[in-house]
Ligand binder design. Structure first.
Ligand code: SAH
Length: 265
């Protein structure tokens, strides 16, 4: 592999173990014909995807040097030079749904995952490598210390599997933390059983003060909690299922105090 100097601010940690790259590529279950790789870098994973005739394949890479490298080594590859977070995902494969794969830039892991949440009706599958901690967080279920906002939001619409852990020594330069590969497969849920915007707000507010019971953690919403069962309010956000959060969202009511305040204004 030709040496390219890794740029830290781009979250560049190039994978050096090809067997792991191959394993990531093989973890796709082929739910779509269209496939987008985020951050191909020097193409270690791309190599196992670009010639796979099952896929209409594109990649997006922010680093010009990497893009030049990819053009030279994979002349048939359709690589977009740019920032995934700014990419207009609606037009990218026409109106066709697409899966996402990558050894992702870790500095934007959460932002990538929030985009997946927003784009869930276009994205049936994601296979990717994250910091182990993020991977665990996303794959965690209720009751676990790592269960958080992204676990709830994503598990509402995806079945999430923790596939395998990857040691830091197989990267150049090695990251400070271990990595892990996870797979997200879109489930059958088309719509939540409650108002989605409010649901997101409840989840975020609940986890904002995750050590508090919901009775206290949800106070900043300034809504009445009176209709919510006491046993739920006595729990902490990390103990609640998606269904619990839906129920809470539906039972929130305008608070009398808030009404009085808005009357006064
Ligand atoms: N997939 C390669 C590189 C992983 S490092 C490998 O496994 O070796 C992460 C890659 O994401 C780098 O190449 C970095 O330049 C690229 N990158 C960083 N931010 C990006 C962004 N916002 N959009 C697209 N690519 C990005």
């Amino acid at each position: 592999m030709e040496q390219v100097r890794a740029k830290k601010f781009l979250g560049q940690h190039f994978l050096t173990d090809e067997s792991i790259a191959e394993r990531i590529a093989r973890s796709l279950t082929g739910r779509t014909e269209c496939l987008l790789e985020i951050g191909p870098g020097m193409g270690v994973l791309t190599k196992y995807l670009v010639d796979d005739t099952r896929y209409h394949f594109k990649a997006i890479e922010l680093d010009t040097e990497s893009v030049d490298y990819l053009h030279r080594h994979y002349p048939t590859l359709d690589v977009i030079e740019g920032d995934f977070l700014r990419l207009d995902l609606n037009g990218i494969f026409g109106s066709a749904p697409f899966s996402i794969i990558g050894n992702f830039p870790y500095n934007i892991s959460s932002q990538i995952l929030f985009r997946v949440f927003e784009q869930r009706n276009n994205v049936p599958e994601v296979v990717g490598m994250f910091q182990k901690e993020v991977a665990e967080r996303v794959a965690a279920g209720p009751g676990s210390k790592t269960y958080g906002i992204l676990s709830v939001l994503l598990s509402a619409f995806y079945d999430i599997e923790y596939l395998f852990t990857v040691h830091e020594n197989v990267f150049n330069p090695p990251p400070k933390v271990k990595s892990a590969v996870i797979r997200l497969k879109r489930n059958e849920v088309q719509q939540l059983d409650c108002d989605e915007k409010r649901f997101v707000q409840v989840v975020k507010t609940g986890f904002n003060q995750r050590r508090k019971t919901l009775r206290n953690a949800l106070k900043p919403l300034n809504l009445s909690l009176d209709a919510i069962p006491d046993d739920l309010l006595a729990k902490r956000a990390e103990q609640l299922t998606v269904a619990d959060f839906e129920l809470i969202t539906n039972k929130l009511q305008p608070s009398v105090a808030a009404d009085l305040q808005s009357d006064a204004n």
